[in-house]
Design a protein around this ligand. Structure first.
Ligand code: GUN
Length: 292
């Protein structure tokens, strides 16, 4: 029987542990972790994600505010707002929700966030440090939590074949580097790849981050693999909206060692790791070591 990885429970346990650390930061170091989320426009999916982040932050003692800015805000105005937050010592984490409207250069915005407040880990300097395997950087939450879930099933990944499906800057590319640092043999598959089934059939670990419902077919997957499904796809089934992942879950769970469900797998874990990154950022900025 496959292990259905309970991301919701693991995330709750991690957040509970984190809330104790936050208490210590407040009581012993007079540091009050604070996360500011910037939402440009009114993308409904982004609104849901941002609301969930803020709710979780508040529930564990991180002060959090969502700054909603208009769709047509000029790029320089947005940078001015980020700069204010960069200069405010009471703000430890800044997250600009993506995607941004087309007239805004997302890369310029991401790199205008102070590197020590970049809780998304998207700033070029944090990306560079991740690629080089340096430890003192903020790592993107979704790949970081995906690795955590893989290691909750199998601690030693050395020599394992890993396949990452999707090459986004947010998930696929950082996931590649994290698995490489664990001494996996890593292959990235993407929209121009051929023979996906063949690559997957040799993979001990599959991370699916394509954003297409049921894209990864159960028959592609090797017996006993660990499967992490990053996809969150809203589909209409029988007149009802349902969230499903990138992997054919029902078929896959009959043959894998472990798999994350959607919802309740990677989603809640990503938010928990954002909370951890916020506390890590607060510690970094104040030279406190709580080892989060
Ligand atoms: N949009 C989708 N995922 C993410 C994420 O991890 N961070 C930000 N800032 N925006 C996103």
């Amino acid at each position: 029987m496959a292990i259905i990885i309970d991301g919701k429970k693991i995330a709750n346990d991690l957040c509970q542990e984190l809330s104790h650390k936050i208490d210590i930061l407040k009581k012993e170091h007079n540091i009050f972790p604070c996360l500011k989320v910037i939402l440009v426009g009114s993308n409904p999916a982004s609104q849901v994600y941002v609301r969930n982040k803020q709710k979780k932050a508040e529930s564990i003692g991180i002060s959090s505010e969502t700054i909603v800015l208009p769709d047509d805000i000029p790029e320089n105005e947005l940078i001015k707002k980020i700069d204010e937050l960069n200069k405010d010592p009471s703000v430890h984490g800044i997250l600009v929700q993506l995607p941004l409207p087309n007239h805004i250069n997302a890369s310029r915005i991401i790199n205008s966030v102070n590197v020590e407040k970049d809780v998304d880990g998207f700033h070029d300097e944090n990306v560079g440090k991740l690629v080089k395997g340096e430890k003192n950087c903020l790592v993107p939450c979704t790949p970081k939590c995906s690795l955590y879930l893989i290691k909750s099933i199998e601690e030693n990944l050395s020599g394992k074949n890993a396949v990452v499906i999707g090459r986004s800057n947010i998930v696929g590319k950082p996931m590649f580097h994290l698995l490489l640092q664990e001494n996996c043999t890593v292959t990235i598959l993407h929209s121009k790849s051929t023979n996906l089934a063949e690559y997957c059939s040799k993979a001990d670990i599959v991370v699916a981050a394509v954003g297409k419902p049921n894209f990864v077919q159960a028959e592609w997957i090797k017996e006993g693999a660990i499967v992490i499904d990053v996809g969150i796809n809203s589909v209409n089934i029988g007149g009802q909206n349902k969230l499903i992942g990138d992997v054919e879950f029902e078929g896959a769970k009959k043959k894998v060692k472990a798999i994350t469900p959607v919802p309740g797998g990677v989603g809640p874990m990503t938010i928990a790791f954002l909370m951890m990154n916020t506390v890590t950022a607060a510690c970094l900025q104040n030279e406190v070591d709580l080892s989060v």
